[in-house]
Ligand binder design. Structure first.
Ligand code: ADP
Ligand code: ADP
Ligand code: MG
Length: 501
């Protein structure tokens, strides 16, 4: 049985994993780079090992250094978190060779699902619906021929892709070549591999994914869906479960499909099958993430399962205790990703020292964070500050709760996405649950330029006068003095955007 776990990660996810370890009586080992010396994950862990300079290529991504720390500490298992080495098949293999348990799937499953072209082929063979598309694109001529076959619009995608990188939407024929080149160079820079393929672009796309748990004996279940269509540059911003788009029938069908997809690679551990779904609820396999997902807490809350504990139990070789019929969705959960970035300056990362932080608390609120006053958010890593998760019995109440939590969340010293997320919670399309991946773009005026919509004190005074005027018009059947006066009041109403009230 696992007694000591090294967490090969940093930030909020390292802490999140350590919390479950502590509940299980497992000793935790942190690793840290130069700029993480005073990081909370280092303070929280039972032991901590320095692994080198701040750039992740010289620390968190160095297999040899992580293995070395595991050996030195006598850890019998490694949890990779998400990002970094979590989807690196070579790392999983190396752990096995060293006699260290890798808390994750087999290197075969990582390899097969990590290469999107191989994953698509594997899924087709298993009878899973995939987005219509191509295999490897050899050159521009080949691309043109394939696009002719598939029909515009298409997505040019990197086979090694992740984190929304190496992807280009092509609407017009004249943009094909430049888009291919852009996707390739982005993929080369991000993944050191510029293999690309082409997918039909699914119109009004919804990103809906299913959480999977499988043990080493072929038992496989799903823990229902997460709706992740609120995206910016193909990256998730807000997630919720259950999905407002789902019907019980489609949920059941997609759940079974996700289980079959995971079984096709003998998956063991926690994983996610991502689907793209159109307005008519046609669904297609998009990719599989062979690790814990950033948005896993909303599932944990709604189905009542600690996914990290499950991962550890599975890695220990225990049989899955949960049965599909035991799993049900109770209530509604929403997650907001809180980033150190400036929404008013094109979401530029905003690293720096946290001067003040007041974390949201109270009924139904979970806050997975790692920063504290005086801590400097390093420039070297993803600027995620925390995951703010709320739960309530209904979706409506969950939105109100999220707004309350965002209202209470105060950070100074760095710019954050808190006010932007608050506006998302107030956008009519979100409130109605009628949105797809175009949501942010479609509502950008409301989301990006709040000044136009936010009521100022002097506006309130003008509104009061205006309301009084309307009142008099209606009640006293007062004559309108002049056409011009009426026009003036109307313009004033328009300027203040009265439609919102
Ligand atoms: P999730 O679906 O869990 O949100 P993301 O794709 O957003 O997953 O990735 C989670 C984290 O892992 C992010 O910090 C992202 O930047 C990082 N990440 C994902 N895929 C890769 C990859 N192939 N290479 C490097 N980082 C990645
Ligand atoms: P990554 O590995 O970067 O997460 P994915 O293949 O999961 O890449 O795609 C990320 C997002 O890009 C999706 O959630 C979706 O919004 C968009 N996307 C990807 N492929 C398509 C497609 N064929 N049609 C429409 N949108 C797509
Ligand atoms: Mg994805």
């Amino acid at each position: 049985m696992i007694k000591k776990v090294l967490i090969a990660n940093r930030g909020e996810i390292a802490l999140r994993v350590m919390r479950s370890c502590r509940e299980m009586g497992i000793t935790t080992v942190a690793v840290f780079s130069e700029s993480d010396r005073t990081s909370m994950h280092v303070r929280y862990a039972d032991e901590a090992y320095f692994i080198g300079p701040s750039p992740s290529a010289e620390s968190y991504l160095m297999i040899a250094k992580i293995i070395n720390a595991a050996r030195q500490s006598g850890a019998d298992a490694i949890h990779p978190g998400y990002g970094f080495l979590s989807e690196n098949a070579e790392f999983a293999d190396r752990c096995q060779k060293e006699g260290i348990i890798f808390i994750g799937p087999s290197s075969y499953a990582i390899k097969t699902m990590g290469d999107k072209i191989t994953a698509r082929k594997t899924m087709v063979d298993a009878g899973i619906p995939v987005v219509p598309g191509s295999g490897v694109i050899s050159d521009e001529k080949d691309a043109l021929a394939k696009i002719k076959e598939i029909g515009l619009p298409v997505m040019v995608k990197a086979s090694a892709g992740g984190g929304g990188k190496g992807m280009r939407l092509v609407n017009k024929e004249k943009d094909i070549v430049s888009s291919i080149r852009a996707a390739q160079s982005e993929a080369r820079a991000a993944f050191g591999d510029d293999t690309i393929y082409i997918e039909k672009y699914i119109k009004s796309p919804h990103h809906i994914e299913f959480q999977i748990l499988g043990d080493k004996y072929g038992n496989m279940i799903h823990l229902f869906e997460r709706e992740c269509s609120v995206q910016r540059r193909h990256q998730k911003v807000v997630e919720e479960t259950p999905s407002p788009l789902m019907t019980p029938e489609i949920r059941k069908e997609m759940g079974e499909c996700a289980v079959a997809a995971a079984k096709a690679v003998d998956y063991s551990g926690a994983g996610t099958i991502e689907f793209i779904v159109d307005d008519n609820l046609n669904y297609y396999f998009l990719e599989m993430n062979t690790r814990l997902q950033v948005e896993h807490p909303i599932t944990e809350r709604v189905v009542g399962v600690d996914l990290v504990k499950q991962q550890i139990n599975i890695a220990n070789g225990l049989e899955l205790e949960l049965k599909q019929e035991d799993i049900c969705q109770y209530g509604h959960a929403i997650e907001c990703r809180i980033y150190a970035e400036d929404p008013e300056n094109n979401f530029m990362p905003s690293p720096g020292v946290i001067k003040h932080i007041t974390e949201p608390l109270g009924l139904g609120v979970r806050h997975d964070g790692y920063v504290y006053e005086g801590f400097e958010i390093p420039i070297h890593y993803d600027p995620l500050i925390s995951k703010l998760v709320v739960w309530a019995k209904t979706r409506e109440e969950a939105i109100a709760r999220m707004k309350r939590a965002l209202y209470a969340y105060k950070i100074t010293g760095v710019k954050t996405s808190i006010s932007f997320l608050n506006r998302i919670m107030q956008t009519p399309d979100f409130v109605k649950g009628k949105y797809n991946t175009h949501f942010i773009e479609k509502n950008s005026e409301f989301l990006m330029f709040p000044d136009k919509h936010e009521t100022k004190i002097e506006d309130v005074a003008i509104i009061a006068v205006y309301v009084d005027y309307l009142d008099r018009l209606n009640n006293l059947q007062m004559e309108v003095h002049s056409k011009n006066e009426k026009k003036n009041w109307k313009n004033c109403g328009r300027r203040l955007n009265f439609n919102r009230f």
